[in-house]
Ligand binder design. Structure first.
Ligand code: S3P
Length: 174
């Protein structure tokens, strides 16, 4: 593995991109970066505020440019991307050409079980939905997004697999 490797974790909100990403970065002795956190820093607003005040199209532009701003960062990186990031503005092809994309595959039903109230509150696209609406949203969104996620060079099915095992599997594959 080159020390300038860029590993991009992709997958639905709640698929474990940040948790797995942090642990993987530690094991591989690479810097960890959360794309949403970078957008928050660059915009000076929370993700919910960006959606509320500027709209989703603006957020997607900010997301694409935050992703591309990583190019100027030296050294290796593990990046947790936002759930929608690979599905807009040519971002998935950009990820594939600049690094290794890892898709953390989780079913809509499993995602639904994982969210806490706080996690639902801070994610604008998941806010204010009943459990039935949330499952329908996750099912439809996943069905649409998989065409992008599945292009990843590495796909890990995390069903019934612990975070630790997922990280161990990834360590050998990237
Ligand atoms: C989004 C997922 C979020 C965040 C934003 C939009 C999406 O990131 O980028 O709320 O479109 O699914 P996480 O996947 O980290 O929740």
């Amino acid at each position: 593995m080159s020390n300038a490797v860029r590993i991009f974790l992709v997958g639905m909100p709640g698929s474990g991109k940040s948790t797995v990403g942090k642990m993987l970065a530690q094991k591989l002795e690479l810097e960890f970066l959360d794309l949403d956190a970078l957008i928050i820093e660059q915009e000076g607003l929370s993700i919910a505020e960006i959606f509320e005040r500027r709209g989703q199209d603006y957020f997607r532009e900010a997301e694409a440019s935050a992703l591309r701003s990583l190019e100027s960062k030296p050294g290796g990186l593990v990046v947790a991307t936002g759930g929608g990031a690979p599905c807009f503005l040519g971002n998935m092809d950009y990820l594939l050409s600049t690094g290794i994309a890892v898709y953390l595959k989780v079913s809509a039903r499993e995602l639904l079980k994982r969210f806490t109230d706080e996690e639902l509150r801070v994610r604008p696209l998941l806010q204010n939905k009943s459990e039935t609406e949330l499952l329908a949203y996750l099912t439809e969104t996943l069905a649409h997004r998989e065409q992008f996620y599945k292009k990843a060079q590495v796909v890990v099915d995390t069903a019934g697999v612990s975070i630790e095992t997922t990280v161990q599997v990834l360590e050998k594959q990237v």
